[in-house]
Design a protein around this ligand. Structure first.
Ligand code: SAH
Length: 501
């Protein structure tokens, strides 16, 4: 029987992805399709399963947003395919989010739905700007209005007068284009020209800007500052208060570009952002596995004959064990072998599968790994080295010298994803740091780098995880500015924090 689909209307929060709810996240993490607006943080898309369909229906440079009826139809169609669909909306789905219209369409089609409320910008953007939406003895209520419908004929709707006369905090969403009209209307209804007012652009986001003033000058100030959408207008006594956070984060103001595989860059970016930094994925690497290929099949069949398995990356560990299970074996098939890992990250990954490395070189370098292994193995030993297509040949060369017996098998390759080469160069110009976490990442980066990209690298600090990565960088004529001694996400973040101070 065909699975019945469902639609979850999930509030993404005001901008900063950290404001999504636990419940919203849990729906995102298991959905088959996500239909999202421009206001929902793109970072939340990192949370969906790999095979999830991602459909953007908001406005994007050069593209029109999808019409509401089309969105309604899309949701119904996806659910009828039996998919579990998340409709991800900025803020809360019902605060000027047209969530109700979507629900009516779903109900008509008999599709089950659920609403997961979100943190609305009408409150959170103010808080982020240091403006309390109510404050004892200052503002006893708050009122949220759209500033959008006001303008059609260049006049204010009939109930604007009552709204304007309320004594609490007045919050206008989608009002930037009508700021002038709103200010005039409020003054006309008797608000004093000294009434505090504020405009908040991109609240909770790294580019947040807050302008304060009064009804007399707020329009002029917003114009002068070139404030852009999304922006919220706040009018009332609270707009003169400033309770913005006084705690400075260690990476505040720091812009970091990251390179690496999907799961790695997502985890690293989370860590950097939790420390107050702003990050961007400059170069994504996709693992193209060959674990299902003939070569690996043979290696799995011959597992009994190997005495050591040597891993030179965490990706290799992951791919190897996935393949092991997929080919119908279990962990007993490697119960007899010893494991060597090039560094801590690789050894940690191994530990996740329940195996502690028998050998890790003191310095996390392939050369040291080879030299160290040389001292540990005898003529009886047979080694399996499952590695990346572009991995270093150094290990083999040293083992060859000693007449070591090994099978060196390509287990995966990496392909490029993320920003296009030309956009990458532009993005580099705005960064303080760029991180590399593997030699293959460095190779991939330079494969597409032109003169301008290389020059852009001069204007920032390059951070490498471990010596192998730094060496690969050096081979391309760029010295690493920082080498994270501890090869982990934590290690990179700490190294950047120390330097940024
Ligand atoms: N459902 C959303 C609002 C959608 S209407 C919510 O609950 O937040 C879109 C308007 O919301 C924008 O025009 C702007 O006025 C406001 N808005 C949304 N996110 C914002 C942000 N991060 N900073 C400032 N205004 C924002």
């Amino acid at each position: 029987m065909k699975k019945t689909g469902a639609v979850y209307l999930v509030g993404a929060g005001p901008g900063d992805p950290g404001f999504i709810t636990e419940k919203g996240l849990s729906r995102l993490r298991i959905c088959d399709a996500v239909v999202y607006d421009s206001l929902a943080s793109p970072r939340l898309l990192d949370e969906v399963p790999d095979q999830c369909r991602k459909i953007h229906v908001g406005k994007r440079a050069g593209h029109h947003s999808m019409k509401q009826e089309e969105i309604n139809r899309l949701l119904v169609e996806l659910a009828r395919e039996g998919l579990s669909v998340v409709r991800l909306k900025g803020g809360d789905p019902f605060v000027f989010g047209r969530g109700g219209e979507e629900i009516i369409a779903l109900s008509k089609a008999g599709i089950p739905y659920e609403v997961v409320s979100g943190v609305t910008s009408a409150v959170a953007a103010l808080a982020s700007a240091g403006i309390p939406v109510t404050h004892r003895a200052v503002s006893r209520s708050f009122h949220v209005m759209t500033g959008h419908t006001l303008s059609e004929e260049g006049e204010l709707p009939a109930d604007f007068a009552e709204f304007a006369r309320l004594s609490g905090t007045l919050v206008f969403l989608m009002g930037l284009g009508n700021l002038s009209l709103i200010v005039k209307g409020l003054l006309k209804q008797g608000k004093g020209s000294e009434t505090p007012a504020a405009v908040i652009e991109s609240g909770t986001l790294p580019g947040q800007r807050v302008l304060r003033g009064t009804l007399k000058n707020i329009e002029e100030r917003a114009l002068a500052a070139g404030i852009e959408s999304p922006a919220i207008i706040v009018v009332g006594e609270v707009a003169s208060l400033d309770f913005s956070s006084t705690l400075k984060q260690p990476l505040e103001g720091c812009r970091i570009g990251v390179t690496g595989t999907g799961s790695f860059t997502v985890r690293l970016r989370k860590q950097l952002e939790s420390l107050g930094g702003v990050s961007e994925c400059i170069l994504g690497l996709l693992i193209q596995s060959r674990r299902k290929g003939e070569k690996m099949k043979e290696a799995y069949e011959k597992l009994q004959s190997y005495t050591w398995i040597v891993f030179t990356s965490a990706n290799g560990v992951r791919e190897f064990f996935r393949g092991l299970l997929e080919w119908g074996y279990d962990f007993r098939a490697v119960g007899h072998v010893k494991f060597a890992a090039v560094g801590k990250g690789t050894a940690d990954e191994l530990l996740r599968y329940g195996f502690s490395a028998d050998y890790i070189p003191e310095k996390y370098q392939v050369q040291d790994l080879a030299v160290g292994l040389k001292g540990l193995i005898s003529g009886e030993d047979r080694l399996l080295i499952p590695r990346s297509f572009r991995g270093s040949k150094e290990l083999n060369e040293i083992l060859d010298e000693t007449g070591g017996s090994y099978d060196d098998i390509v287990l995966y390759d990496v392909a490029l994803a993320g920003l296009k080469a030309e956009n990458r160069t532009e993005a580099l110009k705005n960064l303080d740091y760029l991180t590399f976490s593997s030699a293959s990442g460095v190779e991939a980066f330079f494969r597409e780098a032109d003169e301008e990209t290389r020059e852009a690298l001069a204007g920032l600090k390059v951070v490498c995880i471990g010596d192998i990565t730094a060496k690969a960088l050096m081979d391309h004529g760029r010295k690493a500015d920082i080498i994270a001694g501890v090869c982990s996400i934590q290690g990179i973040a700490e190294a950047i924090c120390r330097d940024w101070k």
